[in-house]
Design a protein around this ligand. Structure first.
Ligand code: FES
Length: 107
């Protein structure tokens, strides 16, 4: 099963097996990873599932589409080149090794 490491706001790291087809956001909610609010439930309208892809990440990620890029313009925390919306990161085997940092604020 693909592995995702979440770096929490306090620096704690949580490594979680995420089934292919499940988003990084959904896995966070199911596993009580704090700091991803996901107010819209993954329908790409809230931007409260913002994460930073960590430099140590070895995952191959799909590029963000236009809708994700547009929504990233309104995130509450600083937007960075490595910013992604975790509801749009749907796991595949090639994405195993993904490391994401939870941003300091979502809304
Ligand atoms: S959960 Fe709302 S945009 Fe990702």
């Amino acid at each position: 099963m693909p592995i995702v490491t979440y770096i929490l706001r306090d620096g704690e790291r949580r490594e979680i097996g995420v089934p292919a087809g499940t988003s990084v956001m959904e896995a966070a909610i199911r596993n009580n990873v704090r700091g991803i609010d996901a107010e819209c439930g993954g329908c790409l309208s809230c931007a409260t599932c913002h994460v930073y892809v960590d430099a140590s990440s070895t995952a191959e990620l799909p590029s963000p589409d236009e809708s994700e890029l547009e929504l990233l313009e309104g995130v509450a925390a600083e937007r960075r080149p490595e910013s992604r919306l975790s509801c749009q990161l749907v796991m595949t085997p090639a994405m195993s090794g993904l490391v994401v940092q939870i941003v300091q604020k979502q809304g």
